[in-house]
Design a protein around this ligand. Sequence first.
Ligand code: URP
Ligand code: ZN
Ligand code: ZN
Ligand code: ZN
Length: 464
Amino acid sequence: MSFDLCIRNGTVVTAAERFAGDIGIRDGRIAAMGRDLPRAERDIDASGLLALPGGVDTHCHIEEPAYAGALLADDFESATLAAACGGTTTIMPFVNRLAGASLRESAEDYAGRARARARIDYAFHVILGQDSAGGIGQDLPALMEDGYLSVKVFMNYAGYMLDDEHILEVMATTRRHGGVTMVHAENGHCVHWLSDRLERRERPRLSAFAATSPPAVEREATHRAITLAELSGARTLIVHVSAADAVEQIRWAHARGISVLAETCPQYLVRTVEELDRPGWEAAKYLCSPPLRHAGDAAQLWNSLANGTFQLVSSDHSPYRFEGATGKRSAGPEPHFRHVPPGLPGLETRLTLLFSEGVQAGRITLEQFVALTATNPARIYGLHPRKGSLMPGADADIVLWDAQARGIIRHAELHDACDYSPYEGQAVHGLPVMTFSRGECLWDRGRVAGAAGRGAPVARTKAA
Ligand code: URP
Ligand code: ZN
Ligand code: ZN
Ligand code: ZN
């Protein structure tokens, strides 16, 4: 048996186990795994390193329409470069309807842009806003048949929030087509009312943002999403869960035998609401929806990762720049919680943060790290068996990880097109050394390689 590449003597880690061994790669796929595989055209000694499946980040926002004038800084090239440098080899961004275009036309537009510029493989979710809700009967089923098997709906945000009946229709459609409904669970009416009241009472500082969507707002929406999932029977995933109150609802559902999947993100695990007390515009760097919460909430989220209540950790990468005409602080002459676009960049830092604060801190195991960042997301969204696992036949998407490496997160050393990191100065313990996408090395100890446009769409399989 001949190989193009053999990664030797690493500790191979899957979602279930770890073992010492070699990985033989041919034509971009894993051809064999075992001990003492024959010489390859290129042999890499991975002694002392972990060989992990490349990260699968199933929640990132790239090239979506402007939010009140603010623009996401990354295009498919910079986002996928940042992903690869952080050890991620598959991303799932969103088709968010473009002005003047149908959902179908928008999907073709995004697919064309990704085809031209992505460096790693990708698959798309569809966002169904209010103006696309009429397309539930037409565009959506056709898109789902073409492999757009996951749909995000919102219970918050002007222009996006759907009423329960529409959400049930989406869920019924995704169920019929073997897909997943992703729910942004915050009650937008409550957010709206609380924001109005706050604005009347006091100067709308950024620190007030958290009070416009307190845990009760997320708790109610999470409970409602669970109810809608139960009624429709749809495979449902609550995205970016932030509050202990919402965790409680998900546990309640599981205890009653109601199936619901849940995701959280590094910002809710390693950052807290106190960041919003930073003076002036600085707090805008930490403004996201749902808002950052308290340390007690983060502790519950960590427990949920360890005990299986949650299945995945995604970045929710939303790279609004801080400075400039399309950045977070272009939102008006003075900081105002209502005008700053919500969202934080995090595609490149997701894995190192979860490894440092999760595995190294003893909160989750190495196998759970792999499950949460690669295997589960690939399975849930139908990318398995090509993505998310190290096994013969899978794509050779592999990250060689140095568990002992220490570093400090500095935005200047990251590769996205944003101009700050909410993790600036954070010490990390465990870093990606080399990243391979279908056997091609894209990141090698600080050197980047691989052409824009080499990334390809991943065909998905439907849920049973
Ligand atoms: O603040 C966030 N999460 N921004 C991105 C959009 C979303 O709701 O996921
Ligand atoms: Zn959301
Ligand atoms: Zn309202
Ligand atoms: Zn998001």
